[in-house]
Write a protein that binds this ligand. Structure first.
Ligand code: MG
Length: 376
């Protein structure tokens, strides 16, 4: 198939409740969605880039720019919607993995629809259901944190991840562990600490954490290996893993015993699957991480979560925890306590609804078969 039209949609949705990480507080979330039309089918992809360049350098605006100026023209010129062929076509575009992943995921949705199978099946997934974890942000007080973790646990989530940062780490984790000794718990530092913090981070060992996620700045692989060697708690890498080469280096160095896999962070589903396979071959469990996804991204991650080695709970919880209405249908819901299931329909099985708050939209088409350029 060749793409007949590719559209970009900048969409915004209010959060069900405010969220705060170590950089900022959110009341709403804005995403770039990608829609590819080919052969009477429509593929959808969601860009995980945020409005601000704090988690990484990409933003909704840089993603829009790179998609509009480089990635979409390359796909329109290529004459194919095969996701792996598209990735080869844009291999010379440096970085911008979240922009690439948004378009690549839409092409995977198309591929699965053309094959008449759910996206998880197209990816080689084997699980009928996916265990789900919740994330609790930095709360105003320790009591509020304990309360939020308790509510997530009572709601059935298979684990709870809490965000930590300098000044909000050992005491909050100890308080949660003391009040809720049985909750499977991850502490996620979002790369907040440096090599000088290793002695401090060791105070988090012995608290029964399922994992200590990305404690160190992303390039500190040798230091992460030293930390892992001194902890009983598994170190989980997130921001450090931007490619298969990164995860191989980390696994060979002993820098982690768990990996958070985000298709957006590694340029798409094909690379995410290769990273999953590398973890499996090293006996290291993985899970699917998320960034307050709308339905397109959430159902994509559920499909990815059906891969066999995604044995830790993934960030694919019910939509209602995050959004009253994210502009897509159907919403993700539990099918049993702490578990969700992929859609049985071909592809993602999700649609953008009329309620989507579209801030900006633009479509691109090939100008003609003989002149495979593009026009807005
Ligand atoms: Mg993380």
């Amino acid at each position: 198939m060749r793409a007949e039209r590719v559209s970009l949609l900048m969409t915004r949705a209010p959060l069900a409740r405010p969220f705060e990480n170590r950089w900022q507080r959110f009341e709403s979330w804005t995403k770039v969605l990608v829609r590819v039309e080919a052969g009477g089918l429509t593929g959808l992809g969601e860009c995980t880039a945020m409005e601000t360049p704090y988690y990484n350098y990409e933003t909704t605006e840089t993603a829009w720019h790179v998609l509009e100026r480089y990635l979409i023209p390359l796909v329109l010129r290529s004459g194919t919607t095969d996701p792996e062929a598209a990735a080869r076509a844009w291999a010379h575009v440096n970085g911008h993995e979240e922009a690439k992943a948004a378009l690549e995921c839409a092409l995977w949705d198309l591929r699965a629809k053309a094959a008449g199978v759910p996206l998880g099946v197209a990816l080689g997934g084997e699980r009928a259901t996916v265990p789900v974890g919740a994330t609790v942000g930095i709360e105003p007080t320790i009591d509020a944190l304990v309360d939020a973790v308790a509510r997530a646990h009572e709601a059935g989530y298979a684990r709870v991840r809490i965000k930590i940062r300098q000044g909000w780490d050992v005491e909050p984790v100890k308080a949660v562990r003391s009040a809720l000794p049985d909750v499977p718990l991850i502490a996620d530092a979002n790369a907040a600490y440096g090599a000088e913090d290793l002695p401090h981070l060791r105070a988090l060992d012995g608290l029964g954490l399922l994992a200590l996620e990305q404690p160190l700045k992303s390039r500190l692989i040798a230091e992460s290996a030293a930390l892992q060697a001194s902890l009983a708690t598994p170190v989980c890498l997130d921001e450090s893993v931007k490619s298969l080469a990164d995860v191989r280096q980390a696994l060979d160095a002993g820098a982690c015993r768990a990996v958070n896999v985000k298709a957006g962070r590694v340029g798409g589903l094909a690379e995410a699957r290769r990273i999953h396979d590398a973890c499996r071959d090293h006996g290291v469990p993985a899970f699917v991480g998320a960034k307050y996804d709308f339905g397109v991204g959430r159902w994509t991650n559920i499909a990815l979560g059906t891969l066999a080695n995604m044995t830790l709970p993934s960030d694919v919880g019910p939509t209602a925890r995050y959004y009253r209405d994210d502009g897509t249908t159907p919403q993700v819901c539990f099918v049993s306590p702490g578990r969700v299931a992929p859609r049985p329909a071909p592809g993602l099985g999700v649609e953008i609804t009329d309620s989507a708050h579209v801030v900006r939209a633009q479509s691109f088409c090939p100008t003609s078969d003989k002149e495979p350029r593009w026009r807005a």
